[in-house]
Design a protein around this ligand. Structure first.
Ligand code: MRU
Length: 338
């Protein structure tokens, strides 16, 4: 998987691996206009909070190439920023890079590259902190792990977050099995996580999301680990819909429930999860499987893309600067100022 580039800046355009076609087809798509970027983000051709941050960062260059007037550029940049609301990395990266708009394309490119590099470094640091936390807190020779959605190379710029921890554990020969939730409705678990785990040679089975609770409560899982789209200052964590159910089952079974995310996913301006905007997506994601209709025509649908896991269900938030423990009331601000 290391040689797979989820996103890559190429002189005047962004090349992305089209995740809507995986696992059947490995096709790279070129994004040359702001509309291309927004379409790729909204269709989930590129997805995962840190990857969205990097795409947003390079998207500023695409806007600068396409539009010469400042107002047009600013409008285009705003549309990129708002194209997916929950993953804070997108608005964080767009805001950070666009602050160099007046300094020219070279400077903007430098900042976008820096965001990508920081994410790569963060991936490796998160993996190392995660392995250490597990050694100190569980200390097993081998682990049975449950994960939800996709948090690997495809969702980031390198190893991934939660999947990066799993990969580092596997490198030490300590993964017995990963149970990968299929992650309805768009199946990021079965289409993307299983694809990555297979390429890495990590033992795994796919399960339907509704199998997660019984797997955890019946003792089949040593810990669960997920990524995050936005983490409030108190540790409440928004991630793919279904994450909360995993956390509740872990609490019942006294199994650690871990979140792995770079600090770029922490939104200190938000005190608690109540203030996190949850993206609702099209009903057709639920009523159709591909092009096949699987619900009565006209059925009404509730399709939130994310849920919020309250901090008291989270055993640790693994970041590139260490593991913070929201369960005991520590805030992220306390943690970094410590
Ligand atoms: O809708 P998606 O596929 O973009 O949702 C992705 C997730 O929920 C991931 O867990 C999250 O972005 C973290 S990725 C390292």
């Amino acid at each position: 998987v290391s040689d797979i580039r989820t996103i890559e800046w190429k002189t005047d355009h962004l090349r992305i691996l089209d995740q809507t076609l995986l696992p059947i087809t490995e096709h790279y798509r070129e994004l040359r206009t702001v509309d291309d970027v927004i379409q790729a983000i909204q269709s989930l051709a590129v997805r995962g909070a840190p990857a969205l941050g990097a795409v947003g960062a390079y998207g500023i260059l695409i806007a600068m190439n396409e539009f010469q007037e400042l107002d047009d550029r600013l409008n285009a940049i705003d549309s990129i920023r708002n194209s997916r609301p929950t993953a804070v990395n997108l608005s964080w990266a767009v805001t950070r890079v666009s602050s160099y708009l007046n300094e020219g394309k070279e400077r903007v490119l430098e900042e976008a590259r820096l965001i990508e590099k920081e994410d790569r470094d963060a991936n490796l640091a998160i993996a190392a902190h995660g392995v250490r936390w597990l050694e100190e807190n569980l200390g097993l020779d081998g682990y049975r792990i449950l994960t939800h959605c996709n948090t690997g190379t495809l969702a980031t710029t390198y190893w991934g977050t939660a999947l990066g921890v799993i990969r580092a554990l596997h490198d030490e020969g300590k993964v017995i099995e990963v149970l990968a939730d299929e992650t309805r409705p768009l199946l990021q678990g079965s289409r993307l996580t299983a694809w990555e785990l297979q390429k890495l040679g990590i033992p795994h089975r796919i399960q339907v999301d509704s199998a997660a609770a019984s797997a955890i409560v019946s003792g089949m899982v040593d810990f669960a680990i997920i990524g995050a789209d936005r983490i409030a200052n108190n540790g409440d964590t928004a991630n793919k819909i279904g994450s909360l159910a995993v956390a509740l089952a872990c609490k019942r079974a006294s199994v650690p429930f871990l979140v792995a995310a770079p600090t770029s996913t922490l939104d200190m301006s938000i005190l608690s999860g109540a203030d996190i905007e949850i993206e609702e997506r099209s009903s057709s994601e639920v009523t159709k499987l591909g092009t096949t209709e699987i619900a009565p025509r006209g059925a009404k649908v509730f399709n939130p893309a994310f849920d919020v896991t309250p901090r008291d269900l989270i055993s640790g938030i693994i970041t590139e600067v260490g593991v913070f423990n929201p369960m005991n009331g520590q805030t992220f601000r306390d943690f970094i100022e410590k």
